[in-house]
Design a binder for this molecule. Structure first.
Ligand SMILES: [Fe+2]
Length: 264
């Protein structure tokens, strides 16, 4: 079934085509040959108009998708903010770190946009978590178990949103996988983890360590968080990404870190 995008632009046909369309309206309806001829003529004129590019500039599918993705961002942030404002701020921060990090890696613009969107949406599944998790009270084994389901919950939500590609949903699903294979939900290892998720995982960890998201959480200083990522003792992150990430956030006297703190 053909779906018409809400961003479809009405097309103005040239006068010749409109005239032939009128011929069909005036026809008694009994002369099918005449109608068919008129329809063919319209088709020919429309094709000619397309060639001449008369007000008909079909937009590329990617442009529709890009616009649709932009429109989804406020919805994602609105939903996150309604559930837990610190998670909304965290998601914005992770997206900002991710964007600059991807740029520094020289990734193509289209890929950067997708990975950034994955970063913005990665924790959307947390909206399904109980209040006890956000308040950090009664953290029973059940609550902890439900917490660990949030990447899959994110995937389940995002993979149903048509303009978002499967890759974006996969970034969310895999952002708690660890490079050494000890992460979740699937225990993927090394390059089995999508590159977008490996990138977001470093940005996510840095923002999580330096941002107060939950009561009783001990926030790390900038230097302490850098140290954790640099040492990467747990093998949590792709070792090829940790130093490049540190270079990005420490550049220009920690400019990006200050910008994220100021704007989220
Ligand atoms: Fe997460």
């Amino acid at each position: 079934m053909t779906t018409i995008s809400p961003y479809w632009t009405p097309v103005e046909f040239p006068a010749a085509v409109s005239k032939n369309a009128q011929t069909i309206v005036d026809d008694s309806g009994n002369n099918q040959k005449s109608q068919a001829a008129s329809v063919n003529l319209i088709g020919a004129d429309a094709a000619q108009a397309l060639k001449a590019n008369l007000n008909i500039k079909p937009r590329k599918i990617d442009q529709f998708r890009e616009k649709e993705i932009e429109d989804i961002k406020p919805l994602i942030l609105g939903v996150l903010g309604a559930r837990h404002s610190a998670t909304r701020q965290h998601s914005m921060g992770v997206a900002m770190y991710t964007r600059e990090f991807c740029k520094s890696l020289g990734l193509p613009t289209e890929k950067i946009k997708k990975i950034e969107m994955g970063a913005l949406c990665h924790d959307i599944g947390k909206i399904s978590l109980p209040d006890d998790f956000f308040n950090q009270k009664n953290l029973t084994p059940t609550v902890k178990c439900v917490y660990k389901s949030h990447p899959v919950q994110s995937y389940n939500i995002l993979s149903r949103v048509a303009p978002l590609s499967k890759n974006i949903a996969l970034i969310a699903k895999c952002h708690h996988e660890k490079y050494d294979g000890t992460g979740y939900p699937e225990g993927l290892k090394g390059n089995q983890i999508p590159i977008g998720a490996r990138i977001v995982a470093v940005a996510d960890a840095f923002d999580s360590m330096t941002r107060k998201k939950y009561p009783k959480q001990k926030v790390k200083t900038f230097e302490e968080a850098i140290k954790v990522i640099r040492e990467n003792r747990s093998g949590q992150w792709d070792p090829a990404l940790t130093e490049p990430f540190i270079r990005v956030i420490t550049a220009d006297s920690n400019q990006l870190y200050k910008k994220v703190l100021f704007s989220t």
